[in-house]
Design a protein around this ligand. Structure first.
Ligand code: NAD
Length: 348
C-alpha cells in the first residue's frame, strides 16, 4: 500500500499532548513508515504571534499534499471569540466540502456506560451527521441590534444534493459494513420545509437499498431511544444541528469525551479526523489528558485510509487498557497522558 501523508495540527491546550500519543501508537501499529506526518503550526499561538489564522491557499494545498489531516483541538482563553478555531475547523469543513461528520458510538467496556445493564454488544452504532448545511452555514442577520426591538434570524439550509449525498453515504456505509439498519432522525413535523426535503429524499433513496431495514424517528424521540434502547441502532443519519446534539448525547452513553473519536469526511478526498473533545485548558500541560480519544481517532483515520487491520488492533489494545483499568484520572486511573500511550503500544 502506498505511504499515507498526514498533515498534523496539534492545535491548542491538550491538543499537541494527545496528538503525540496518537502518532506514536499509529506508527507502532503500522510498522513505522506507512504514515508520514507533517506538523502544521496553525493554532492560537501562531494566530496571536502573526495575526494569521490559516494562510491563503492552505486548504487547496491540503488537497494536493495530504491524504488526511489529523487535528488535536483548538480553543484558547486568550481568543474568546474562537476566531482561529472557526477559520481552521469550519474553514476546512466548508472549503474541503467535508459533508460527513462520522461519529462511531461503541461501548468498549461496561464500566464506561452510565446506562443500566448494558454490555458492549448493546451499544455499537455510527452517527452520520450532515456537516456543511443546516443551521450552521451562518446565513442570517440582525435588525435594530442592541435595542429592545432587535430581530435576529438564522437560516436553515437544506439542498437536495446535500441531503441526498449524506443519506446515500449512510446507506452505503451500512451495505459496506454489513449493518442491517439505517434510521433517519429529523423534525419534519416542526420544520416542514427544510426537513420535509430530508424526509422526501430519505423515502426516495431507501428504495435503492432494499436489503437495508430503514426507519425514521423524530429527533426528540431518537434522543430518548438512544438512552432507552441503543440496541435498535446500526446507522443513524441526521442533520447538522440535530447531529451535533444527538452525537454528544450518544458519546456520553459510551464513556464521554475521553474516548470519543470523529471524522469529517469527503469520500475519496482529503478528510479531517479529530477527537471530539476540546483543548481542555483546565488540564493542559499537566500530563492528565486522556489520549484514548485521539488514539481511537487515529485508528478511525487508518481504517479510512485502508489500514483496517491495524485500526482493529489499536481499538482492541485500547479496549484491553480500559478493561484492565490502566487509564488516566478522568476514567478513574492514575496513568499520565504519556504512560497511557505507552501502555497502548505495549498491548499492540
Ligand atoms: N473541535 C474542537 O477543537 C473543540 C471542541 C470543543 C471545544 N473546543 C474548545 O476547547 C476549549 C475548551 O472547551 P470546553 O471546556 O467546553 O470543552 P473540552 O472538551 O475542552 O473540556 C470539557 C471538560 O472535559 C475535560 N476533558 C476534555 N478532554 C479531555 C481529555 N482528553 N482527557 C481528560 N479530560 C478531558 C476537560 O478537562 C474539561 O473539564 C474552548 O475554547 C472550546 O471552544 C474545541
Amino acid at each position: 500500500m502506498s505511504q499515507k501523508r498526514i498533515g498534523v495540527i496539534g492545535g491548542d491546550g491538550i491538543g499537541p499532548e494527545v496528538v503525540a500519543q496518537a502518532i506514536k501508537v499509529l506508527s507502532a501499529a503500522t510498522g513505522g513508515d506507512a504514515f508520514v506526518f507533517t506538523q502544521l503550526p496553525w493554532g492560537a499561538e501562531h494566530y496571536l504571534q502573526t495575526g494569521v489564522t490559516v494562510p491563503e491557499g492552505e486548504f487547496e494545498r491540503w488537497r494536493r499534499e495530504f491524504d488526511a489531516i489529523f487535528l488535536g483541538a483548538l480553543g484558547d482563553p486568550r481568543i474568546p471569540d474562537m476566531r482561529h478555531g472557526r477559520d481552521i475547523l469550519l474553514g476546512a469543513r466548508m472549503r474541503l466540502d467535508l459533508f460527513i461528520n462520522m461519529r462511531p458510538i461503541k461501548l468498549l467496556d461496561t464500566s464506561l456506560t452510565p446506562l443500566r445493564d448494558r454490555a458492549p454488544e448493546d451499544i455499537d452504532y455510527v452517527i452520520f451527521r450532515e456537516n456543511t448545511e443546516g443551521l450552521y452555514v451562518g446565513m442570517g442577520g440582525q435588525l435594530r441590534p442592541g435595542t429592545r426591538h432587535e430581530v435576529a434570524t438564522s437560516a436553515m439550509i437544506a439542498t437536495y444534493r446535500g441531503t441526498e449525498r449524506i443519506v446515500r453515504a449512510a446507506f452505503d456505509h451500512a451495505v459496506e459494513h454489513d449493518l442491517g439498519r439505517v434510521c433517519l432522525a429529523i423534525k419534519h413535523n416542526a420544520i416542514p420545509h427544510a426537513h420535509g426535503l430530508w424526509n422526501r429524499v430519505f423515502q426516495e433513496v431507501r428504495t435503492e437499498y432494499p436489503t437495508i431495514d430503514s426507519s425514521q424517528l423524530y429527533a426528540d424521540v431518537a434522543a430518548m431511544e438512544l438512552v432507552r434502547d441503543p440496541t435498535r441502532f446500526d446507522v443513524l443519519v441526521t442533520s447538522n444541528l440535530l447531529g451535533d446534539i444527538l452525537s454528544d448525547l450518544a458519546a456520553q452513553t459510551v464513556g464521554g469525551l475521553g474516548v470519543a473519536p470523529s471524522g469529517n469526511i469527503h469520500p475519496g478526498q482529503v478528510s479531517l479526523f479529530e477527537p471530539v473533545h476540546g483543548s481542555a485548558p483546565d488540564i493542559a500541560g499537566q500530563g492528565k489528558a486522556n489520549p484514548l480519544a485521539a488514539i481511537l481517532t487515529a485508528a478511525m483515520m487508518a481504517r479510512h485510509l485502508g489500514y483496517g487491520e491495524d485500526a482493529g488492533r489499536i481499538e482492541r489494545a485500547v479496549q484491553m487498557l480500559i478493561r484492565e483499568g490502566v487509564t488516566t484520572p478522568d476514567l478513574g486511573g492514575s496513568e499520565t497522558t504519556v504512560s497511557a500511550g505507552d501502555a497502548v503500544c505495549r498491548r499492540l
